[in-house]
Ligand binder design. Structure first.
Ligand SMILES: Cc1cc2nc3c(=O)[nH]c(=O)nc-3n(C[C@H](O)[C@H](O)[C@H](O)COP(=O)(O)OP(=O)(O)OC[C@H]3O[C@@H](n4cnc5c(N)ncnc54)[C@H](O)[C@@H]3O)c2cc1C
Length: 460
């Protein structure tokens, strides 16, 4: 049967372009359809970090002996085994080979960019030169030279199936294009408030504090398109949120070490500088919010830092206190009252913390860095919520070969998915920086190869 293309890929982010390059390399005639006016989606805006185990660049940086087995064990343990082992295993197994593939395409990963991302002890984060933008430029260059067609400004509105339920093409308004297989690579749904209500209650609960750092095309179309042909949605309430006092819409990754965070009982519940990958989960356990507490000496000394530049600086804190956005009081009891936290709890927490600060050691949560005593009035308290939305983790359920599954766990023939539109890879805890972008490349490549093979073997 004559088809317009062997493989049509919906979306041109890291997952879609990886799929395009891999499918073209496998000999397929490929079309990429992108709803926006330029390629790249959220991937272009991102750091482009790649979480991988056993890479050549880890070796160059002096970290030898890391393995897919160790990565798998860490991934599963961190998530209490509440993730799909087959899909996670595939990611771990292919992380290093796919990383080398991307490097071979021309993305430079300097050894200085290898770092401990997340809460694991092994450095598996890999930062590329030029961030996500450069990764997209490299992949886009290969797409173009390999003769893969691209249509921009064309939002796919439907999938076409035959009477056997096999996906045979796409629809854009009234227009249709036929193919042997479709790869769904439409990204997440961070730009779609309705879907956030439905699929990401933790993010929805942050209300009008929430803002999304990704691209406009992240409307969750892949979920709706996949569901329209029987695809199942998996991974409810998952994604990445960052803690913020919500003063402005600047990306802040961490909190400063010179404050403490307390829950409504007035108690600390974490090392305030704990890795951003687990902070939202800790806040969630306190009811989705907490208060950062500090004193006048800490406020006056607060200096910009690349990780929390915009909010936690002396004059901004002063201004926000003047505006009433930060509670300010001459006593801790009064501050507790204003913030709605337990006064005895707060006093006891501060007393203990001040002893630790004096000794230079956080005996409760082992916070590393300067411990500033909270002794000099006025005292300050500001609410913090996990409200900066980075990416979403709910999406289509796939098998380890990226086939989209129906509710009977059967692959929907001709339909593959990769990237943020997939729902059964991420758990409640983010594995670490590079843990979203990395699998986009890994499963994008798998999807391109698998879809190309499927299309080639069709004998209708
Ligand atoms: C600022 C920022 C920094 C980040 N940094 C990192 C990092 O360093 N490491 C990490 O692991 N993760 C990071 N992330 C997350 C990570 O970058 C994303 O999860 C990942 O890039 C998503 O890739 P994707 O290919 O699935 O989706 P995208 O890159 O979003 O691409 C999807 C594309 O599909 C298009 N599309 C959607 N619907 C349709 C439709 N109906 N028809 C046609 N096209 C459609 C979209 O317009 C978009 O271009 C970051 C995210 C952001 C926003």
């Amino acid at each position: 049967m004559a088809r317009d293309y062997d493989v049509i890929i919906i979306g041109s982010g890291a997952a879609g372009l990886s799929a395009a390059v891999a499918a073209a390399d496998a000999g397929a005639r490929v079309l990429v359809v992108e709803s926006e006016k330029r390629v790249g989606g959220s991937s272009r805006l991102s750091g482009g970090h790649f979480y991988a185990a056993g890479t050549s660049v880890q070796g160059e940086a002096g970290f030898t002996g890391d393995t897919a087995d160790a990565m798998f064990e860490h991934y599963m343990t961190l998530n209490q085994f509440l993730v799909d082992p087959a899909v996670v295993r595939r990611y771990c197994d292919l992380s290093a080979p796919t990383f080398e593939w991307l490097k071979g395409l021309g993305v430079n990963f300097p050894k200085e960019g290898v770092y401990r991302s997340g809460v694991g002890s092994i450095p598996r984060g890999h930062q590329p030169e030029g961030d996500g933008e450069e990764v997209i430029n490299v992949l886009e260059g290969h797409r173009s030279t390999k003769g893969v067609d691209l249509v921009l400004d064309a939002r796919v509105t439907g999938l076409v199936s035959n009477e056997e339920g096999r996906v045979t093409g796409i629809r854009i308004g009234e227009d249709e294009a036929s193919c042997g297989a479709v790869v769904m690579a439409t990204g997440g749904f961070g730009a779609n408030p309705d879907m956030i209500e439905t699929y990401y209650p933790q993010a929805a609960a942050t209300g009008d504090w929430r803002w999304y750092i990704g691209a406009e095309g992240a409307r969750g179309d892949g979920i709706e398109l996949g569901k329209s042909v029987g695809g199942v949605v998996d991974g409810q309430d998952r994604g990445l949120l960052l803690a913020t006092p919500g003063f402005s819409r600047d990306l802040e990754v961490m909190l400063p070490s010179w404050l403490i965070m307390v829950n409504s009982a007035g108690r600390r519940f974490c090392d305030e500088t704990v890795n951003y990958t687990v902070m939202a989960g800790l806040l969630e356990k306190q009811g989705g919010r907490a208060h950062a507490v500090f004193d006048e000496a800490a406020r006056a000394a607060a200096k910009p830092n690349p990780l929390f530049q915009a909010y936690w600086v002396a004059d901004v804190l002063q201004q926000k206190a003047e505006e009433g956005r930060i509670h300010r009081a001459e006593t801790l009891a009064e501050l507790a009252d204003l913030a709605g936290v337990d006064a005895d709890g707060l006093q006891g927490t501060v007393d203990r913390y001040n002893v630790d600060a004096e000794a230079g050691e956080d005996s409760a949560f082992f916070k590393y860095g300067s411990l500033a005593p909270i002794t000099e009035p006025p005292f300050y308290a500001v609410e913090v919520r996990p409200a900066i939305l980075c990416w979403t983790g709910t999406g289509l359920r796939i098998d380890a070969d990226t086939c989209v599954l129906d509710k009977a766990e059967k692959p929907i023939r001709g339909l593959y998915a990769a990237g943020e539109t997939v729902g059964n890879l991420h758990g409640d805890r983010y594995i670490g920086g590079g843990g979203s972008f990395g699998p986009c490349i890994v499963f994008g490549k798998v999807a391109g190869e698998t879809a190309a093979k499927y299309a080639r073997e069709l004998n209708d």
